[in-house]
Ligand binder design. Structure first.
Ligand code: SF4
Ligand code: SF4
Length: 422
């Protein structure tokens, strides 16, 4: 693709990188077929190729981005399905990350939108602030009809009850059961601690049973993805530096384990996020090279087994961040089968469930349509349980299906001697 970005703008290494990515697109349009928003809306500007053109126009212009450009980029889920399809290897992820940060620094959103996006970046990464916000949402439910529509949707989306804080999120070293085969740090995340603390509990039980010493490091926290996807680049970098420092001071580690694929995808990209910071670039690359999804660390350690009672049929939803970003699409199903579960394929498995970080809060209509589509395909599998590997997908899918929605590690924990499933 030919570009005409101003030379002064190209002095910025981020813009130079964006230009390099733009030039790799050959406008073939193959990515259109697998883009969820193009599938729903049929508008070229809601396709990867259309957005690439919009980003090119935005970076070539000296004017702030227009509302139309911002609207179509905001509608992107960052599901990265287009990256799986693209034959030219266009790094759409880094391009759209740059576009979002450019929009946040040059475009003036409506005051209520600015306020909401700032609030989400402030509340969600902090477990105690998020917990407080959810308690507030529960109290506000009876008067939700009086609230502005944007806040009303969020209040209605809050869960009906909140689990208590868990032992699994307190900094500690959990010894391996039997011979120690690995020493790993567990990234316990932020929103997951509040919404589904049983996932970290199951992960620690399973990993220690498989011979891992599991460190929950003091100081580690949100991976930064939530802010990053809202264009708040510096917030994401601050989160990355804090996590890197926490894991560097945790003693020798064979791996940093993530059990939320959205976070894992962000952690694996810390090298790119801090590439222009001379004090942190090398350290970021070193930590990122150790990050693994929980399924990757389990894979070589897990012996074949059977669940303690008749195995339920599992509809295995593979999060976009696991299949399109981390390229581990078939791993959860292989592990579940190894433990005797019957795994059923979900049609259109490459299409996002509509969760996508804060997308289900900010793009309610599109998110709901994707959720209905996904849950229709889940119902057609005739499964008893849905398994997935990302807290965002768990919460989203649970809104649309009557089936229990569990994390893959909860099922593997149960099958290998853990407590009964919730
Ligand atoms: S498939 Fe790749 S090269 Fe083709 S239009 Fe899409 S992003 Fe560009
Ligand atoms: S990231 Fe997903 S929604 Fe965004 S352009 Fe690519 S395929 Fe479409």
């Amino acid at each position: 693709m030919h570009t005409a970005i101003d030379l002064a703008a190209l002095a910025d290494p981020q813009v130079r990188e964006a230009e390099r990515i733009l030039k790799t697109c050959v406008h073939c349009g193959m990515c259109l077929a697998t883009c969820p928003t193009y599938l729903l809306l049929g508008d070229e500007r809601d396709s990867p190729r259309g957005r690439i053109y919009l980003i090119k126009g935005m970076l070539e212009s000296v004017e702030p981005p227009q509302d139309t450009t911002v609207r179509h980029i905001d509608r992107c889920l960052t599901c990265l399905s287009c990256m799986t399809t693209c034959p030219s290897g266009v790094n759409y992820r880094h391009l759209v990350d740059h576009a979002r940060s450019h929009i946040e620094t040059t475009h003036r959103r409506r005051p209520q939108d600015r306020w909401l996006r700032r609030l989400l970046t402030w509340v969600l990464p902090s477990p105690w602030r998020f917990r407080l916000a959810l308690v507030g949402a529960l109290l506000a439910r009876p008067v939700a009809w009086m609230l502005p529509s944007m806040v009303r949707g969020m209040v209605r989306m809050a869960p009906g009850s909140l689990p208590s804080p868990s032992w699994s999120d307190v900094p500690a070293v959990h010894r391996a059961l039997g011979e120690r085969r690995m020493r790993v740090a567990l990234h316990t995340g932020c929103a997951q601690q509040v919404l589904a603390p049983h996932v970290n509990e199951a992960t620690i039980r399973l990993l220690t049973r498989l011979g891992c010493e599991v460190v929950v490091s003091p100081g580690a926290g949100c991976c930064g993805a939530l802010g990053h996807h809202l264009g708040h680049l510096e917030d994401a970098r601050t989160a990355a530096r804090r996590n890197i420092a926490a894991w560097e001071s945790s003693g020798p580690l064979d791996a940093v384990v993530s059990n939320a694929s959205g976070c894992g995808s962000q952690l694996k990209d810390y090298g790119g996020l801090l590439a222009e910071d001379p004090a942190w670039a090398e350290r970021a690359r070193a930590v990122a090279s150790r990050v693994v999804d929980v399924t990757e660390v389990i894979e070589p350690l897990l012996e074949p087994s059977q669940p303690p009672s008749q195995a339920p049929g599992i509809a295995c939803h593979v999060p976009c961040t696991l299949q399109h970003s981390q390229k581990l699409g078939d791993l959860p199903a292989r592990l579940l089968k190894r433990c005797g579960f019957v795994v059923k394929d979900i049609a259109e498995g490459h299409i996002c469930c509509g969760s996508a970080g804060t997308y289900n809060l900010l793009q309610d209509g599109l998110s709901r349509r994707l959720l209905e589509r996904k849950c229709g395909h889940i119902a057609a599998t005739d499964a008893d349980v849905v398994a997935t590997g990302n807290i965002g997908c768990m919460v989203q899918i649970a809104r649309g299906t009557p089936l229990p929605v569990l994390h893959t590690v909860e099922l593997l924990d149960w099958a290998t001697g853990g407590p009964p499933l919730p």
